[in-house]
Design a protein around this ligand. Sequence first.
Ligand SMILES: Nc1ncnc2c1ncn2[C@@H]1O[C@H](COP(=O)(O)OP(=O)(O)OP(=O)(O)O)[C@@H](O)[C@H]1O
Ligand SMILES: [Mg+2]
Length: 441
Amino acid sequence: MLTVFAAIIYDSTKDASFLKLNTNLKSYSISLRTEIEDELDDNSSLDLKKLSSIRSKGLIGERFQLFNKEGGVIIKDSILSKIPVPNLSKVLNESFEMDRQKIDHRKYHILWSKFETESDSVYILETAASVKDVFDELDRLFYLFLIIIPAGLIITGIAAYFISKAAFKPIAQMSNTAKKISGKNLDKRLELPIAKDEVRALGETLNEMIERIDEAFKSQKRFVANASHEIRTPLTVIQTELEILEKRLNDNESKESIKNALSEIEDLTKLTNSLLTIAKLDSSHTKLNLSVVRIDELLADCAQALNSAALKKNIQINLSIDDAVEIKADKEKLKSVFLNLIDNAIKYSFPHTSVTINIEQVANDKVKIRVENAGPGISPAEIPYIFNRFYRSNEIRAELNGSGLGLAIAKEIVELHRGEIKVESKAGERTSFNVILSTNL
Ligand SMILES: Nc1ncnc2c1ncn2[C@@H]1O[C@H](COP(=O)(O)OP(=O)(O)OP(=O)(O)O)[C@@H](O)[C@H]1O
Ligand SMILES: [Mg+2]
């Protein structure tokens, strides 16, 4: 558009300049003609000096020649004589004839005009003016456009970039925050632009939507927490009653049934406890009860607590920790992490193997606790899912009890401690879980 606009301006300037030049040339010709007529009418000889001194405003390099009607030169000009005499009959018929000619690398506009003296003699006056000025002016205009158009485009481009960036900034900010919002931080809200425009209205609508989702999530979590809490008490009562009943009964078959019922209740209690733990971790006010924890002792306690389960499968728990290692952590929560990991290590081990637990200092302020077992392992396809709530491997689901919440709880607790939990597994051989924790939280 700029180029078209420039071309239109260039073209109209060119037309106007030539029109002006031709008008000036005509008035020059008329002035000369009047003077020549006067001199010829006075029968005096033509005063060349006087004629040469006649100038016209707005012309440069103006010059003239005078011919009689047969084309014979009366006043000769050294430059104009280099071009042929015009078509006399045409000039004599039309009185004015205009042309553009190049003489000695210079362009001239030339005007031939016929006039008659009182003595009826016919003359032809040839006047010319250089068009250099017009072309110089047009060249200046051309070079100006050559600079202005690209510069204009660049400046417009840069300005458009910054303006659009500023205009889209609130949208970009909102989109960045929206990307960070997940089920874990639904209390976060989009930052709204100050201007009361459509973007702000959209942000407000999205914030209201997040508010509703947050409320729905909270009510669901409250339900899980309340339900698990309510189930725990009757479960304990049933368990106690069944244990009393088991002791009282003499009949082996009935004792076996009660044992089975008790085992189911044990699983149900474990599930209820896991659900309650998850619900507590989900509540936004989960705070860590920090203290200095001897992690070597804590691991020994966990191993001790699960030793009888290990013995049932002829599994030995090897605790290769020599030194006392202290870290700042929530002791109870951390205990449930390692109880879950060691429980898994025993549960998913081949019988007659061993579970190894060790601690390694990985940086000045970081320790890595590794729980390793020999077992069927976890296939690479399953690894991305094992920390998901309720995820259990299909082969294991049928054979072993469990809810699939242990690793999800462990991961959440480790992350609350700003630590990391990673798994390495070789299918059919071994699995190891590595927990990296800061010693100074
Ligand atoms: N040491 C391990 N070796 C092999 N597979 C494992 C191991 N630890 C975990 N897994 C796999 O990860 C899944 C999830 O483990 P997670 O502890 O969350 O649940 P679970 O043990 O099945 O149930 P629970 O809630 O009682 O712990 C398990 O079902 C199992 O398939
Ligand atoms: Mg488990």
